[in-house]
Design a protein around this ligand. Structure first.
Ligand code: NAP
Ligand code: BGC
Ligand code: ZN
Length: 353
C-alpha cells in the first residue's frame, strides 16, 4: 500500500510503499478516507517538532484522519463504521498512569508517542490499524469533513481547561480574541459563537481569504503589524478570553496584558527556542493583581473528539467550503503541504466511502 512519509535527511514528503498492516488483538484495520494537514505537520517536516519512530528511517505523516472500519478483528466496531483515530499512544517501553486513567492528553511528551508526529507512524496510508478504544465513531454524512474532528478536538480541550480555571467565580465572558488565522485559529473562532464580540489576529493584507472568513463569522480582523497584542486593550478592548494559535512566542507573554481582569488565555503554539526581553515584573504583577490565568494545552482525548463531532455538525456550510481549500489525491499529495496565502485547510484523499 502507499503512504506519505518524511524520510530522514529530507525536507519534503514522499509517497512510499509499505506492507498493509495486520491488526493485533484489540485493534481494528481501518481504510483511510482523508487525512488533514496542519501547522504541526510542517513543523515535523522541517524537523523542528516531533521525531521518527525508534530505528526507522522514515515517519509516515498525518494525525488528522478519518477512515472506515475494514476489519473489526473481533472488537465491538462494525465493518463500514466511519471512525476518527485519536493521536497519542503509550511509549515504546509500555503503558503508564496517563493511559491507565484514560487521560493520554495529559501525559508529558516523554510519556507518550504521537502518531504522525513523534515516535510513531501516522495515518497517511491507505490502511492503518489502531486499538478499538482509540477510534471514535462519526456519523456517515460527516465523513468527508471528518479530518476536521482532530483539530476541533484540540480546541474543545483547550477551552474546557481554560473555562475550568475560571469556574471558581461568576465569569461571564463577552469578548473573545483568537491569535492566528491558520486553520486552528479559524476553526476556534467559529466555536466562539456565544460571545458578544470576537476578534482574530493575523498579519495579512486584504484581500485575503482568511480575513473574509473572520468577517463572515462576524469577528473583527486585527493586523498584528498595526496593533501588537499588548496594545489591543487600548485600541479595541480588554479580552475575557484569548486563544493563542500563532506559535509566536511573544504572544504568550503579551496575552496576559491583553486580558481583561479575571480573563484567561489558552496557549496552543509549540514554538522553537527564542530569547527576548520581557518586563517580568509587570507580567507577574498583572497576572496576580488582576486575577488572570494562562493555560497551556496540548492534544485531546476521546471525550474532546466526541464534543468536536457535535461542533463539526453545527458549523455553517459556507465556512467549511471556504476553509477547506484543497483535497488532493495521492498523486498530488505534495500540494497539500504547500502553505501559501490561498491555501487554508488541506487534506490528502486516499479513498471515498
Ligand atoms: P498555521 O497554519 O501555521 O497557522 C498559524 C497562523 O498564525 C498563520 O496564519 C500565521 O500567519 C499566523 N501568525 C503567526 N505569527 C503571527 C503574528 N506574529 N501575527 C499575526 N499572525 C501570526 O498553524 P495551525 O495549524 O493553524 O496551528 C496553529 C498553532 O497551533 C501552530 O503553532 C501549531 O503548532 C499549534 N498547534 C498546537 C496544538 C496543540 O495541541 N497544542 C494542536 C494543533 C496545532 P501567516 O500565515 O500570514 O504567516
Ligand atoms: C496535534 C496534537 C499534538 C500536538 C503536539 C498537534 O498538531 O493536533 O494531537 O498533541 O500537535 O505534538
Ligand atoms: Zn494537529
Amino acid at each position: 500500500m502507499y503512504a506519505v512519509a518524511i524520510r530522514r535527511g529530507e525536507t519534503t514528503p514522499s509517497v512510499i510503499e509499505k506492507p498493509t498492516p495486520e491488526p493485533a488483538p484489540g485493534e481494528a484495520l481501518v481504510r483511510t478516507l482523508r487525512v488533514g494537514v496542519d501547522g504541526t505537520d510542517r513543523e515535523v517536516i522541517s524537523g523542528s517538532h516531533g521525531g521518527y519512530p525508534e530505528g526507522e528511517d522514515h515517519l509516515v505523516l498525518g494525525h488528522e484522519a478519518v477512515g472506515v472500519v475494514e476489519d473489526p478483528n473481533g472488537t465491538d466496531l462494525e465493518v463500514g463504521e466511519v471512525v476518527v483515530p485519536t493521536v497519542r499512544r503509550p511509549p515504546v517501553e509500555g503503558t503508564n498512569e496517563y493511559f491507565e486513567r484514560g487521560q493520554p492528553d495529559m501525559a508529558p511528551p516523554e510519556a507518550c508517542v504521537e502518531r504522525g508526529i513523534a515516535g510513531a507512524h501516522g495515518f497517511m496510508t491507505e490502511y492503518f490499524t489502531s486499538p478499538a478504544e482509540t477510534l471514535v465513531s462519526l456519523p456517515r454524512e460527516l465523513a468527508p469533513l471528518g479530518f476536521l474532528v482532530e483539530p476541533l478536538s484540540i480546541s474543545e480541550k483547550a477551552i474546557e481547561h481554560a473555562y475550568a480555571s475560571r469556574a471558581a467565580f461568576d465569569w461571564n465572558p463577552s469578548s473573545g480574541l483568537v491569535l492566528g488565522n491558520g486553520p486552528l485559529g479559524l476553526l476556534t473562532l467559529a466555536m466562539l459563537d456565544g460571545y458578544d464580540r470576537t476578534y482574530c489576529l493575523g498579519r495579512r493584507d486584504r484581500p485575503d481569504p482568511t480575513i473574509d472568513i473572520i468577517e463572515g463569522l462576524g469577528a473583527t480582523y486585527i493586523d498584528s503589524r498595526e496593533t501588537p497584542v499588548a496594545e489591543i486593550p487600548g485600541v479595541y478592548e480588554p479580552m475575557d478570553f484569548i486563544y493563542e494559535a500563532t506559535g509566536y512566542a511573544k504572544h504568550a507573554v503579551e496575552t496576559v496584558h491583553a486580558l481583561a481582569p479575571g480573563g484567561v488565555g489558552a496557549l496552543l503554539g509549540v514554538p522553537d527556542s527564542w530569547e527576548f526581553d520581557i518586563d517580568g515584573g509587570s507580567f507577574h504583577k498583572d497576572l496576580v493583581m488582576n486575577n488572570k490565568a494562562l493555560v497551556g494545552s496540548v492534544n485531546s482525548g476521546v471525550h474532546h473528539f466526541e464534543a468536536a463531532i457535535d461542533t463539526l455538525a453545527g458549523l455553517p456550510d459556507w465556512l467549511l467550503e471556504d476553509l477547506v481549500t484543497g483535497v488532493y489525491d495521492l498523486d498530488h499529495a505534495g500540494e497539500a503541504f504547500v502553505d501559501d496565502e490561498t491555501s487554508i485547510k488541506t487534506a490528502v484523499q486516499f479513498d471515498t466511502l
